[in-house]
Every structure is written in C-alpha cells, then in structure tokens.
Design a protein around this ligand. Structure first.
Ligand code: ATP
Length: 384
C-alpha cells in the first residue's frame, strides 16, 4: 500500500518564511491527487517534502504506513517527474529510460523488459533508438515519465510536468497522463497552477492558498460547493461572477432583480456576496425554460465567441463604483490580488452560440436563481 499522509506538516524556510502551514492531507493508495493553487502558495514545497528534497519543519509525513521525515530520498521508493525533464542528450530513449535501473545494477534483460513495457504504455516503442534531440516536446515528456515508470515506484510525484508544452500538446498529454495513471494504478501527487488541468485530471483536488489547504474534494464538489470565495473564484473558467447583494425580506436583492434566498442559508448579515457561474445565465430566446428564473434586460458590452457558445459581458448598472470598491476590499481580505471574476462592474454570461448578443445590443437574459451561491463578505466563507 502506498498512501501518502501529511499530518500537521509545516515548512519554515531558514529566513522564517512559512511556506506550508499545518497541512493535513491523505492521499489514498492508487489515488490521483492534485495540488493546485496560485504561484507561491507552497505546492512545490509540499511535493518536495514528499520527495525528501526539502526538510520537514514540523509534523509527520507518512508513506505506506511508514514515517519518512528522516528517510533519504532514494530510500522512499517514489519517482518524481519535473517540469524541465532533463534527459541525457547523448543517450537513446531506451538508455534514458533504463538508466536508473542500470545504476541499481538490475540485469540487462530485466531492464529491457521493463523499458519495453513502459514504452508500450507510453506509445514510445517506435522511438527507442532515437536521441532526445530527435523527439518532439511531447515525446520527451513521455520519456521523462518512462524513466519514472520503469522504477515501478510506490508513488509518482509530478511538478507541473506539462507546463513546457504548447497549449494543444498539453491537452493531449493531459489525457495521456490520466490514462497512464489509470492503467498503472499507482498513487500520484501532481502539482499544477492550472485549474483546468486540476479539474480534468484529479480524482480529488486540494486547493491551496498561502501555505494553507482551503478545500480537498472531487472536482465536481469543488465546482458546485466551493467552501469560500477563494476556491469559488479559482476554480472555473470564466470565473464565477461575484456580485455584492443585500438580503431583504426573504430575498437576495441583486442589481438586476430579486431572487429568493436559497434554502439553508443562516446568517444575520445584510450585505453578502452573490456568486453566479457564467453558465447559470442564458439568453431568454435560446435557453431551456428555467423554472423560477429571473428575467431581465441588459445591454451587452463585449462578446467573445467560442464557436460552440459565447461569453457576453454586460454592465451591472448604477452601482458599479460601489461594487468596485467593495470587491477590491473583499479580494484583499481573501488574499487575492484581484477578484478572479474580473471587473467588478461587469458580469459574464455563457450564452448559446445562436444568441444575437453583440456590443451595444439589448438582450433578455434569464438567471437560474436556484444556482446562486452566497458568501460572507467578511472572510469569504460560503453561506450556502
Ligand atoms: P510556483 O507555482 O510559482 O512554483 P509554488 O506554489 O510551487 O509556486 P513554492 O515553490 O512551494 O510555491 O514556494 C512557496 C513559497 O515559499 C514562495 O513564496 C517562495 O518564495 C517561498 N520559498 C521557496 N523556497 C524558499 C527558500 N529556500 N527560502 C525562503 N522562501 C522560499
């Protein structure tokens, strides 16, 4: 078994900076866990502690039931794939993949067998005699993974392994990584700053900010039930709209109308932040009829056409100055440089591709009121 467990783990660098704070995380045997968060949130530090490349300041790190805090990296039986997958340029793909086994004095026929198996999984069989210089970026990345796979480790650690690839290749490789992990069934801890990668790859995703894990759950739960404003804004693209609102007489008073307060909301706050995903708006002319939806007319400012759908940005009329200030404060409280949803005075809606939304045109929009989220403006905790 190869569970990886962080128990109250801290990392304090020599200059006193706390990069990881009281981290608790259980990665199950065979689980694909993603650690995601903005740059500098401490995710690489956490991964490097598992690899043994970084000392643990406090707490316990347990791999396969064994506390490994003091165990040397080579004795941990885990393999790490880095962003810059430094292959040996003078060696062939076969030699690169088998190198660790050769160092470990494994006999040649056994090495060949392991390399052939890995090459098959990675679809590298036809390239085994090539040198890295004669491979594409994606192929090189697969060789780097091959080096990890042949060692048959307890767990794989990956630090942004796809970030050097171009956008199209990254999407292809994403599918391959998911397939390989499923095929091997090996525990995997994978670090990325890219929320799309996190959402498409992981069995579960841990969202981290400023050294602290905010929420750990399946991609679906993170998306549908974010625990706070930070997770809500970080997960999803385009980001969730955050709109200052008032709770009054059983209603959420939004700039474009009133909707009933969602069931189960308990707060004595009057001022809240409403969170609305772009897909919970639709063009009244083309959407499915939403029961209890809030209809309103609005003038479209900017349209981005994605082919299969379009994103329409419209103004929140009247109160944009107030909103802007309030949202800036809120972002600062929640530790965000900026509100992920972008401009405070704009709302983005994902509309049917047939929508006639265009700059300056008035469209009728329906909001699915049942999908609205509410957040506490102090600290950003979810109220729904
Ligand atoms: P990125 O995606 O940019 O690599 P990250 O989330 O992986 O970011 P880490 O590399 O884990 O972040 O770094 C976390 C924080 O710790 C950063 O603020 C970084 O500046 C700080 N840090 C990293 N190494 C050291 C060090 N040796 N001494 C002091 N602070 C450090």
């Amino acid at each position: 078994m190869a569970e990886i467990t962080f128990q109250n783990v801290w990392k304090r660098y020599p200059d006193g900076f706390e990069a990881v704070k009281d981290m608790n995380l259980e990665i199950g045997d065979g689980e694909f866990m993603i650690l995601v968060g903005p740059s500098g949130c401490g995710k690489s530090t956490a991964l490097r502690m598992v690899a043994g490349l970084e000392d643990i300041t406090d707490g316990d790190l347990v791999i396969g039931g064994e506390r490994v805090n003091e165990l040397a990296p080579r004795d941990r039986d885990i393999a790490m794939v880095f962003q810059n997958y430094a292959l040996y340029p003078h060696m062939t793909v076969r030699e690169n993949m088998g190198f660790a086994l050769k160092l470990a004095k494994v006999n040649k026929s056994e090495i060949d067998k392991k390399v052939d198996e890995a090459a098959q999984i990675l679809e590298l069989g036809a390239h085994l005699d090539r040198k890295p210089a004669n491979l594409s970026g994606g192929q090189r990345q697969r060789v780097a993974m091959g080096r990890a796979i042949v060692r048959d480790p307890k767990a794989f650690l990956m630090d942004e392994p796809l970030s050097n690839l171009d956008a199209k290749l990254r999407v292809q490789m994403r599918t391959q990584v998911a397939r390989i992990q499923q095929q091997l069934g090996t525990t995997m801890l994978y670090v990325t700053h890219d929320q799309t990668e996190a959402m498409t790859l992981g069995d579960r995703v841990a969202v981290m900010r400023a050294g602290i894990i905010q929420q750990v759950d399946t991609p679906k739960v993170l998306y549908e039930d974010p625990i706070n404003l930070f997770v809500a804004g970080f997960i999803g693209s385009p980001a969730m709209n955050f709109i200052p609102a008032r709770l009054e007489e059983g209603n959420v008073r939004l700039p474009f109308g009133d909707v009933p307060i969602p069931a189960g909301v308990k707060t004595d706050k009057r001022e809240v932040i409403a969170g609305i995903r772009p897909e919970h708006f639709e063009d009244a002319q083309y959407g499915d009829e939403v029961e209890g939806g809030l209809r309103f007319k609005t003038t479209v400012d900017v349209v981005e056409s994605m082919g299969s759908e379009l994103y329409a940005y419209f103004d929140i009329k009247g109160a944009s100055e107030v909103h802007s200030e309030q949202l800036d404060e809120l972002a600062a409280d929640a530790g965000m440089d900026d509100v992920p949803g972008g401009s405070a005075s704009h709302v983005v809606a994902r509309l049917d591709a047939r929508s006639q939304a265009e700059h300056g045109r008035e469209v009728e929009v329906v909001l699915d009121a049942s999908q609205i989220k509410l957040f506490d403006p102090d600290g950003g905790r979810s109220l729904t």
